[in-house]
Design a protein around this ligand. Structure first.
Ligand code: GLC
Length: 618
């Protein structure tokens, strides 16, 4: 019998044989038939090198993940996202706190950017200067490997950002480009004069209109205009240059071999530029993701990709794969549409728009999952499409304005306390910063706040996908009043919802609003429901009561109806909904309360901001 290494070698060769043709075809669609074979050879060499250097323990993980490919889709899986320093000081500190995460049921930890960034300002670490070392105050590469190992031993997969739209101006490629190296200059989009930038800017939206207007920055040393979608110190790399693809493939495998299991493909929507468009969601984005994923599948099949594409609902499904990319691009993608709709429903107390918008999205491939979330480290942009709003009789501009007014607290009667982020005078857009608890009314002491926080979680935990909690939301942390004290943060109010973990408070066990206990209960119930596996189809039903979001999860054992009253009034799950689902009064069970609901004329009453997860019993 071959030893484990020989067996791993054999499966590697099998994967190579099976996947290289697809890699070559993909590259041909991006770079053309002349260039593709050479790039394929280079990527195969990178994959081989990556596989040879892969530690035995991780090769064993590869085998195990190939046997259990649905590990991230199971109802017991929940993620957590945090800044390492704000959560626990350093990478070693995070390892010491792993028990807290485990106790919460966390099986997946996204640590915010921790590879060496340029000195501040660095967009919260999203301006990486060196992808092969760790931010010195957090630890070293060895600490990163140790942390991944510690987490893995506790059943927690580590997710890191792969910032692939841009590098810091201080990254060695940019330094070389500025020093006159033509090969490295070709890693960036550089223009000698304004002709190119002006032509592109005619159709480019601004991402940071407040602190980084425009999408190009003049650089004296470069003697040119360089593409900078985000801040002027974040230089977009040119993915039409195959050398860039090879560099990132190599970086991915290097990090994977340290034990990183999931890569968050930061700002992936922006990596391909095309004149006359908004330079987002271009077809090549998906081809390039597919190429990178194929390389990872060959060399380190345990690795997953998570697309961070905070785009409109029409562009979202492509990140999990539509058409010929079905199931061949990212394994995970942020469900930005659901997140936005949760906030929209809570502000309006109505679910019509959400139900309609969510119904437009196709079922994701069954091997993939949405990342469902209520908050993350970023602002909230009102990605409600004009078509969806109009379809339910809303004026899209007025509705988005209402949401900005509501969540910045300026709308009469609003319980929310958010801040306006990046007001765009040209479009009227106003994005919102703020912690979940402050946006849900806890800061002003609104009596419905805790119920809203739990309800928002109930939606993301039942909708279908891998739910990810944002650090501090499990405690109901309010906006950080001192967010602007650090001069490097003062211009970017997203820091208001990036607080430090108040460990003494956590350890005191105080939970004055029952948020921690309520969330733990939701997670426990979710774990017990096979319907909530991400591969079970999700159906959003037309609302019968305009205040109640109806989500049906199909399962061979019978359907589960997750009904959420998004309003502050008493509402109903009507008898006909139960009837259509074949849920009979006798045997009807609400998994959340653990009881049979008491029906009123065949309908289930729902208290303000309450949820029920109904199924046919046992
Ligand atoms: C992503 C990050 C955001 C960052 C941007 C640029 O959208 O989530 O925080 O500013 O990319 O890297």
């Amino acid at each position: 019998m071959p030893g484990p290494d020989a067996a791993a070698e054999e499966t590697f060769e099998d994967r190579l044989r099976a996947l290289v043709p697809d890699l070559r075809d993909t590259l041909e669609r991006v770079y053309g038939a002349d260039v593709a074979p050479g790039v394929t050879d280079r990527l195969v060499a990178i994959a081989r090198g990556g596989h040879e250097a892969r530690p035995a323990e991780l090769r064993a993980l590869d085998e195990e993940r190939m046997r259990n490919p649905d590990w991230f889709q199971r109802p017991g899986m929940v993620g957590y996202a945090a800044y390492a320093d704000r959560f626990a000081g350093s990478l070693a500190g995070v390892g010491e706190r792993a028990a807290y995460l485990r106790d919460l049921g966390v099986g997946y930890l996204h640590l915010m950017p921790l590879l060496t960034p340029r000195p501040a300002p660095n967009d919260g670490g999203y301006a990486v200067m060196d992808y092969r070392s760790v931010r010195p105050d957090l630890g070293t590469i060895d600490d990163l490997r140790d942390l991944a190992t510690t987490l893995r031993a506790q059943g927690i997969s580590l997710c890191l950002d792969l910032v692939l739209n841009h590098v810091a101006r201080e990254h060695e490629w940019a330094v070389a480009a500025r020093a006159g190296d033509p090969e490295k200059r070709a890693y960036f989009h550089v223009y000698d004069d304004r002709t190119g930038p002006d032509a592109f800017e005619a159709t480019l939206p601004e991402v940071f209109p407040d602190f980084a207007p425009g999408s190009f920055t003049w650089d004296d040393e470069l003697a040119g205009w360089v593409w900078t979608t985000f801040n002027d110190y974040q230089w977009d790399v040119d993915w039409s240059n195959p050398a860039v693809l090879c560099e990132y493939a190599d970086l991915i495998l290097g990090l994977a071999n340290l034990g990183v299991e999931v890569f968050r493909l930061d700002a992936i929507a922006f990596i391909w530029k095309r004149l006359g468009t908004d330079c987002q969601n271009q077809p090549e984005v998906h081809e390039l993701t597919r190429a990178l994923r194929t390389v990872a599948r060959i060399a380190a099949p345990a690795v997953l990709f998570k697309a961070e594409a905070i785009v409109g609902p029409a562009d979202l499904p492509a990140y999990l794969g539509v058409g010929h990319h079905h199931g061949r691009v990212s394994d995970l993608a942020y469900h930005n549409g659901l997140m936005v709709q949760v906030w929209s429903m809570l502000a309006s107390g109505e679910v019509g728009l959400a139900a309609h918008a969510l119904q437009q999205l196709p079922q994701p491939p069954s091997t993939t999952a949405w990342v469902t979330y209520v908050r993350c480290h970023d602002d909230i942009g009102w990605a409600v499409s004009d078509e969806d709003a109009r379809a339910v009789g809303l004026d899209p501009v007025a509705h988005r304005r209402f949401l900005s007014d509501w969540y910045s607290g300026s709308f009469p009667g609003s319980w929310a306390r958010g801040l306006v982020f990046q007001e765009n005078e040209a479009t009227g857009d106003r994005r919102i910063s703020g912690s979940l608890a402050s946006l849900a009314g806890l800061e002003v002491g609104d009596p419905g706040a805790a119920a809203r926080i739990l309800l928002a979680h109930a939606v993301i935990l039942s909708f279908g996908g891998l739910p990810v909690l944002w650090m501090g939301d499990e405690l109901g942390l309010l906006n950080d009043a001192g967010w602007a004290d650090d001069p490097a943060h003062a211009a970017d109010n997203r820091w208001v919802h990036r607080p430090r973990m108040p460990w003494p408070e956590v350890e005191s066990g105080r939970d004055p609003h029952g948020i921690t206990a309520g969330l733990r209960h939701l997670l426990d119930v979710r774990r017990s429901l096979p319907h909530l596996h991400a591969a079970s189809p999700t159906e959003v039903w037309d609302p019968r009561d305009p205040r109640v979001l109806l989500v049906v999860r199909r399962h061979p054992s019978g359907p589960l109806l997750a009904a959420h009253n998004m309003s502050g009034e008493q509402a109903w799950v009507s008898a006909d909904v139960l009837h259509w689902l074949g849920l009979h009064a006798d045997g009807l069970h609400d998994a959340l309360s653990g009881t049979a609901p008491s029906l009123v004329e065949g309908a289930v009453p729902l208290e303000p901001y309450a949820a029920v997860w109904l199924h046919g019993g046992s």
